[in-house]
Design a protein around this ligand. Structure first.
Ligand SMILES: [Zn+2]
Length: 302
């Protein structure tokens, strides 16, 4: 795994200290803060590189995924500084010194830029693999069922093991892996004649595995390939409910992205939400089914 340059981290911390050890959204535009965001993005984007070659993932979806990684990197840096500054201010330093600020925040920097980053990186690796499989299955002319497999390797999601539903079923919008940071579960396309699991049983197992009242688990109730992107298309790698995200900061991250993106933006057809509507239901019927489906999850969690 690549790492974030220690010099870039140091320089960014120095600018935040010189600015009064306080971070506000406009600070994300400062050159050395932006460099920190871009370097975080460079590390997290690395697993996506093979997928950027011509392959199954449509360019528009790839663009959305890259966008998501960049926005996530911006929020990650913002949260890290927010916590670092609070930590130092809480020490009530009489004569603030940069070296002291840097020392006080050492553990936090390790946490964000090594331990969290490693978990996030490995999650991106698995996520890209799952998105590729999803696109391949959904792009096929054949009808498939999908079979959830935890295969004994992912005990947290053992209750979902063996759930079998049509590939077009909305269940896969909320139960498609990775279903946690270290999830190694898989979903395999199988013959559409294989018997399916009753939806009530599947929901019951989902509620038990990813309880709606537990944010650290329930944030993984989403499908990275079909979740609304922040740039208007579809595709998000990190859970939209991730604790890094907070209100009021998005616009700044968006601006930083637009001014620093280096790849040409390819506009082509992309996976549309209506592309996943089951053929036998009208859009209206699907919407009703969709509402009922989420109502059922909420009710079970109450
Ligand atoms: Zn799992």
């Amino acid at each position: 795994m690549k790492t974030i340059s220690p010099k870039i981290i140091y320089n960014a911390y120095r600018d935040i200290f010189n600015g009064g050890f306080n971070i506000t959204p406009p600070d994300l535009h400062l050159p050395r803060i932006k460099a920190f965001i871009k370097d975080t993005y460079r590390v997290l984007r690395h697993p996506l590189k093979p997928a950027l070659l011509p392959g199954p993932i449509p360019p528009r979806l790839l663009l959305a995924l890259q966008y998501d990684l960049f926005i996530f990197s911006g929020f990650k840096v913002y949260c890290q500084f927010n916590e670092s500054c609070t930590l130092y201010r809480d020490q009530k330093p009489r004569e603030p010194h940069f070296e002291e600020f840097y020392e006080v925040t050492e553990q936090l920097r390790e946490l964000y830029n090594k331990h969290y980053l490693k978990a996030e990186y490995e999650y991106v690796v698995r996520c890209v693999k799952h998105i590729t499989e999803w696109v391949q299955t959904r792009g096929s002319e054949h009808e498939y069922n999908l079979l959830y497999q935890s295969s004994g390797c992912c005990p947290d999601h053992a209750a979902l093991d063996g759930i079998c539903l049509p590939a077009t079923h909305p269940f896969w919008e909320v139960a498609y892996p990775p279903n946690s940071w270290h999830c190694t579960c898989r979903v395999l396309p199988v013959d559409s004649n294989l018997p399916t699991t009753g939806i009530e049983k599947a929901l019951k197992r989902l509620n038990k595995t990813l309880p709606g009242n537990d944010p650290m688990h329930s944030m993984f109730r989403f499908n990275p390939a079909t979740t609304q992107s922040l740039n208007g298309g579809l595709g998000r790698i990190f859970p939209p409910e991730h604790p890094y995200y907070g209100p009021g900061h998005l616009l700044q991250c968006t601006c930083a992205y637009e001014s620093s993106v280096e790849e040409p933006i390819v506009q082509t057809d992309y996976v549309r939400k209506d592309a996943i509507v089951p053929g036998e239901l009208s859009s209206e019927e699907f919407e009703q089914f969709w509402d009922k489906f989420f109502a059922a999850i909420t009710r079970e969690d109450a």
